[in-house]
Design a protein around this ligand. Structure first.
Ligand code: FNR
Length: 183
């Protein structure tokens, strides 16, 4: 049976570069893995009052889909030197109710990007900090930072720079090893 990996994209916009790279990851993954983008855009802002039996339906759907996953790949841009709020919200939703986190113990991998030179470094490391707390053993190397992404992928989502494909492939291969070592 294939290993089920949830892909979480930290951008909601239609023409998102993060979405385009996430879709390429699905194509590049080996046959042993089944990657699926799990949407986070419909999750209401987390509110502790929703703990217990008052969870919105979107929380229930997200949590049950994520419970099936055995690992996670995050593809995120940077907003104001951190991860976008939609991504942090999804991390918080998945971490509750207390003791029922959907994240714990499942191997993770982080890819960050930007249209400028910074490659989402701040978002990458803020996310890694959150993943430590959520007990997601996150692949240390290779780190994957994509800068000037508009020069790497076209509007249809095709990667136009072979070095980018190579880097993503290397990342996925390393993640496969990381996943197997920990599972
Ligand atoms: C940004 N952007 C941005 N870029 C960056 O490198 N560092 C940053 O701190 C920020 N901050 C920021 C804040 C806000 C509110 C927006 C809307 C944008 C640019 C942003 O990362 C860029 O537009 C990415 O292409 C967005 O990712 P997607 O939607 O293409 O996946």
């Amino acid at each position: 049976m294939k290993h089920k990996i949830g892909v979480i994209v930290g951008s909601l916009r239609e023409a998102s570069f993060s979405k385009r790279f996430a879709k390429n990851l699905i194509e590049l993954a080996s046959d042993e893995f089944e990657l699926e983008i799990v949407p986070i855009g419909d999750l209401p802002l987390f509110n502790e009052d929703f703990d217990g039996d008052k969870a919105p339906e979107a929380y229930n759907e997200f949590r049950s889909k994520m419970k099936e996953k055995q690992g996670f790949i995050f593809v995120t841009p940077e907003y104001n030197r951190s991860m976008p709020g939609c991504l942090k919200n999804a991390m918080d939703v998945g971490s509750r109710p207390k003791g029922q986190s959907i994240w714990a113990g499942k191997p993770g991998m982080v890819i960050s990007l930007s249209q400028g030179n910074m490659s989402g470094f701040g978002a990458n490391h803020h996310l890694r900090q959150v993943l430590v707390n959520l007990n997601v053993p996150t692949m240390p190397q290779p780190e994957i930072y994509l800068a000037k992404v508009q020069e790497m992928v076209d509007a249809e989502g095709n990667i136009t720079n072979p070095k980018t494909t190579e880097l993503l492939q290397k990342g996925l291969d390393s993640y496969a090893n990381w996943f197997k070592k920990l599972s």
